[in-house]
Design a protein around this ligand. Structure first.
Ligand SMILES: NC(=O)c1ccc[n+]([C@@H]2O[C@H](COP(=O)([O-])OP(=O)(O)OC[C@H]3O[C@@H](n4cnc5c(N)ncnc54)[C@H](O)[C@@H]3O)[C@@H](O)[C@H]2O)c1
Length: 266
């Protein structure tokens, strides 16, 4: 049997990058997947791609910073696929600049997407997840995308790191709360190293500007940060997300799954 057979998953920021890979990997394991994003053309195309490959997928336009947007997305999961078993809070923004150049607007934008969006989604999804949790070994699952930046310090991305640190402890605390309330819902965070997506291009741009490095040097700097000698692939993170969504991780909650090519083991 496929690892997510019968489950319904909602993946935010699924139009491209890591979210797209997670949605595709979950669909390949027989989950019915609601993909959400604000990039509607790409999001629709990604859902179509998954359906063409035999998966069950639906795209919903959804800005994670709004409560109404969350209600629409969750109702779509309920109406189209019968409920929700897995929430992947993946949508995120990167900000790479020295603190001296970081404005209040930058800060509020980062908090709105990376922190408030994730809090709203987790809160509003809980009743949906709880309603079906008894069906599964391991119950319902919330998977939150943090980062190595939520574990260790890194220059020229202080506010991004702040938001990813918040994701880490939000996840642990919600895991404890769900356990205390006996909701049968697990909450875990994933901490990727640099993964080869559009966001990695932004990371490189930030480092180039702040360190006055050329593109080749920044690329070597970023690859060199990973003892395994390469950047991560979206699929590396998708595999971790499928594991946390499945019953294979049924005794894991409040944990931080680090997928970073060894970066933080040094
Ligand atoms: N790529 C990396 O190196 C890396 C490393 C560590 C953690 N992460 C985290 O992984 C997640 C995915 O990153 P990625 O590399 O795929 O980035 P990406 O920029 O390729 O994709 C992010 C997606 O989120 C969507 N999004 C942004 N704001 C949104 C909003 N308000 N509402 C809904 N969707 C919104 C974007 O449209 C985009 O499709 C992020 O949370 C990121 O912080 C990425």
């Amino acid at each position: 049997m496929a690892r997510l057979d019968g489950k319904v998953a909602l993946v935010t920021g699924a139009a491209r990058g890591i979210g797209k890979a997670i949605a595709a990997a979950m669909a390949a394991e027989s989950a019915r997947v609601v993909l959400t994003d604000i990039l509607d053309v790409e999001g629709d195309a990604t859902a179509t791609e998954i359906r063409v490959q035999g998966g069950q997928a639906l795209y919903v336009s959804h800005d994670v910073t709004t409560e109404d947007g969350w209600r629409t997305a969750l109702e779509a999961a309920n109406d189209e696929f019968g409920g929700l078993d897995v929430l992947v809070n993946n949508a995120g923004l990167f900000l790479g600049k020295p603190l001296a150049e970081t404005s209040i607007d930058d800060m509020n934008r980062m908090l709105a997407v990376n922190v408030v969006g994730l809090m709203l989604g987790s809160k509003l999804a809980l009743p949906f997840l709880a309603a079906r949790a008894s069906r599964w070994d391991g119950g319902g699952s919330i998977v939150n995308l943090s980062s190595v930046a939520g574990l260790i310090g890194a220059s020229f991305q202080t506010v991004y790191s702040m938001t990813k640190g918040a994701v880490r402890l939000f996840s642990k605390s919600l895991a404890m709360e769900c356990a205390d309330l006996k909701l049968n819902i697990r909450v875990n965070s994933i901490h990727p190293g640099v993964i080869d997506t559009d966001m990695a291009v932004e990371v490189a741009r930030g480092q180039m500007e702040a360190r006055a490095m050329d593109a080749d040097k920044v690329q070597r700097f970023m690859v060199g940060g990973h003892p395994l000698g390469r950047l991560g692939r979206p699929r590396d993170i998708a595999d971790a997300a499928v594991f946390l969504a499945s019953g294979e991780s049924s005794f894991m909650t409040g944990t931080e799954l680090v997928v970073d090519g060894g970066m933080t083991a040094r």
